[in-house]
Design a protein around this ligand. Sequence first.
Ligand SMILES: O[C@H]1[C@H](O)[C@@H](O)[C@H](O)[C@@H](O)[C@H]1O
Ligand SMILES: [Fe+2]
Ligand SMILES: [Fe+2]
Length: 304
Amino acid sequence: MVAVTATRGRELDATSDKIDEVNVLKGQLKGDAAAFDEASKFDETKEKETFRNYEDAKDHVKVFYAEQHAKQTLEFNLKAREKFHSETRARMTIWEAIEKLDTLIDESDPDTSLSQIQHLLQTAEAMRRDGKPDWMQLTGLVHDLGKLLCFYGAEGQWDVVGDTFVVGCKFSDKIIYPATFEANPDYNNPKLMTENGIYEAGCGLDNVLLSWGHDEYLYNVLKDQSTLPKEALSMIRYHSFYPWHREGAYRHFMRDGDEEQLRAVKAFNPYDLYSKSDNPPSVTELKPYYMSLIDKYIPGVLDW
Ligand SMILES: O[C@H]1[C@H](O)[C@@H](O)[C@H](O)[C@@H](O)[C@H]1O
Ligand SMILES: [Fe+2]
Ligand SMILES: [Fe+2]
């Protein structure tokens, strides 16, 4: 018993050392995140295979994920959800939210260094060019607004952006940089590290806890404050869940209706990802068109 406790103590020490290491690295790289090469900002000839190349990603992307994977624990997740429900952070319209996000550059993203307002318009415009329905164009326009969390009490970007995964069960090896989960305290908890962890097979995706970030936040904001269809809410809630929608992980948690959610997310994904190399659109020119869609499905002032 004593020996077990001592081992566990050492494991926990090792975990907190790793978290410290991540924090030091993060400090060193501070500032680098914004220092992108101008020329790589957009390149319409970029081949699809060259997106999401995490092997050759810039150091700040690797440091970002090392920190996120070390800190997104089940305990953190439960607290973040409680905090979300216990307060209203702001009251504003969708367009005000879009403008507020304009200064944010996403540290986790190897494919764009444009501001988020540009990314949102690129996504929506690519859908519009392809004749997608108006509600889907609007979903493209708003899908990353959850990144506003960065201005409302997030601990960093690690609890806002990046790909998502399930907490409370084994970390899938389909998540990028899977080895970095060794620094997560849950990794040393054998009860959580089984295939199902705290869940049951077939419990349904809406019943597992996805790592906390912009998807979950925006889904919760919009589910009762918009008239967007169910598919739109699936696109928002699961768009960063690459281990599931691209790599096929976590299928054992799916139940009736989840195939439809998967189909919706897969239809959405290419517009989110591949539009990042399109020329940046003009905000002032496009505003009137998108305001008409906002007025149709998400009008007025919302609680954030
Ligand atoms: O770096 C990106 C970015 O943070 C996106 O907003 C998110 O949806 C993606 O999953 C992630 O890979
Ligand atoms: Fe996103
Ligand atoms: Fe996006």
